[in-house]
Design a protein around this ligand. Sequence first.
Ligand code: ADP
Ligand code: 5GP
Length: 203
Amino acid sequence: MLRKKERGQLIVLSGPSGVGKSTVIAELLGRRKDIYFSVSYTTRQPRTGEQDGVNYNFVTREEFRRMIDRNELLEYAEYVEHFYGTSLKAIQDRLEAGIDVLLDIEVQGAAKVKARCPEALFIFIIPPSYEELSRRLHRRNTDSEEVIAGRLEKARVEFREVPQYDYLVINDHVSSAVGEIEAILTAAACRVENRRQLLAQFA
Ligand code: ADP
Ligand code: 5GP
């Protein structure tokens, strides 16, 4: 008999701002209802259309500082003048219940997760070109020219971290990017260490 997973798979997705992470994640979560998306805490202002508790938990710098002091964050980082962090408890409870957890975090945070949870899957998502990244940031129409320039500059630094990741996904078309991520998740689920319980009956 197939037993439920003992522990959920932690999945880390990173990529430069504007590459399409939120878009790809929305499509992935639509296809895979069994994945829990970790809603991060941030000190940045909500963009038009973003909802508190859905896209992010929007908090003040003081609230964020308190979470750090109380060791409530698995990881956190400062990104273009704002803080972003992952709640430890929210993801720990799910993983222990056998539920897969997806984090959308930048490269410094991903490095911290790798140090604490080396068994996590690390996926980096890139645009088809740098010019397309710039076009997407402009087309999204949510950030000032100055913020966009900062994010494009940051992207150059982030691309250097790609070798630390396990998988590279290209977001040319959303559906194929999501298809690649699903393929990665399927391969990970088939790993021997994730299927040990299936072997018990043959011992
Ligand atoms: P991120 O979460 O990585 O910052 P978003 O998901 O907000 O990026 O996407 C940035 C912009 O690019 C949005 O306007 C989105 O509609 C658009 N976008 C996302 N994926 C694609 C794609 N494959 N092709 C064209 N535009 C895309
Ligand atoms: P944005 O402001 O565009 O939503 O996000 C900016 C960057 O912060 C993105 O690269 C996103 O992946 C990252 N990010 C979002 N949540 C977290 C988090 O909890 N921790 C870390 N380290 N980065 C995050």
